[in-house]
Design a protein around this ligand. Structure first.
Ligand SMILES: Nc1ncnc2c1ncn2[C@@H]1O[C@H](COP(=O)(O)OP(=O)(O)OP(=O)(O)O)[C@@H](O)[C@H]1O
Length: 259
């Protein structure tokens, strides 16, 4: 179970997340949507303990992630938006390192690694150095590492980016399977078709605030469109709230700024 209790976070004077309250039950697959800069990654970083909340608190299975970070880390599997791996380790060495970090005994680690290598089809490259992996191979290895300790809570930030269709299917099935098995799954994504297909509930974030929280059917009711696709409903919902496009430097500006 995940709980955000009136959570806020600023970067300097910029308020990235404003009084976010949200409860996600075990067995639920929750999807967080929102335009670039809406506050999704900031929320996720507070959830996994990489950032401290400025106000409020975040609980995972009842444990405050800021007060009890080790306990929370044992409960959480986290797949960040940028896959992190050690270039000079092979995939198997990396998975072994993660298993040891979670305190798995060697025989448990070997069994868990075998299970995840098979699940994510890593066998053809798992003994090669990570520096030789494509983006999708890295992402699949990171997914495997996030599941090594069979976490109760799986948190994934933009899981579909850069994956081939086969891997996308794998990841979608995996997230549903995790939720069916009783885990809490929290996914942030811009891939609306995937969210439409697999989410139990959807949250729409806008300028650090939760604009909508509910099922797709509830979103259709709110949007007055009984058959609307998630893409249509989402675009209508955030369209009215979208901030002015931030001014991008023109080529001339960039050239002028060059030394
Ligand atoms: N390290 C940082 N320093 C200053 N401001 C930041 C920092 N990280 C994020 N922000 C700002 O906080 C706000 C929320 O950013 P965040 O990364 O949480 O958005 P997001 O919804 O994950 O966006 P995206 O879809 O582009 O990943 C944005 O206005 C962003 O500019």
């Amino acid at each position: 179970m995940i709980e955000f209790e009136a959570v806020s976070r600023n970067y300097g004077s910029k308020q990235a997340v404003r009084s976010l309250s949200l409860r996600i039950e075990s067995g639920e697959l929750f999807t967080l949507l929102g335009h670039n800069g809406a506050g999704k990654t900031t929320s996720i970083k507070m959830l996994v303990g990489l950032l401290r909340a400025g106000a409020g608190r975040v609980l995972v299975e009842g444990f405050d992630v800021a007060q009890d970070p080790r306990r929370a880390a044992q409960l959480i599997g986290y797949v960040p938006d940028e896959p992190y791996l050690y270039d000079k380790l092979s995939g198997r060495e990396f998975l072994t390192f993660v298993a040891e970090m979670h305190g798995l005994a060697p025989h448990e680690a070997a069994a868990a690694i075998g299970r995840e290598v098979e699940r994510f089809g890593l066998e053809p490259f798992v003994d090669d150095l990570c520096e030789s992996y494509s983006h999708g191979m890295k992402q699949r290895t990171v997914f495997a590492s996030a599941l090594i300790h069979t976490p109760r809570v799986l948190i994934v930030d933009e899981p579909m980016v850069g994956l081939d269709p086969h891997s996308i299917r794998l990841v979608k099935d995996l997230m549903r399977e995790q939720a069916r098995g009783g885990a809490t799954v929290f996914m942030s994504t811009h891939t609306l078709t995937a969210a439409e297909e697999i989410a139990d509930r959807i949250g729409v974030m806008n300028r650090g605030e939760l604009l909508f929280l509910g099922t797709l059917d509830e979103m259709r009711q709110a949007g007055g469109d009984a058959d609307g696709s998630l893409e249509r409903l989402y675009l209508d919902m955030v369209g009215a709230h979208r901030p002015e496009a931030e001014s991008q430097p023109t080529e001339t500006d960039a050239e002028a700024a060059a030394p």
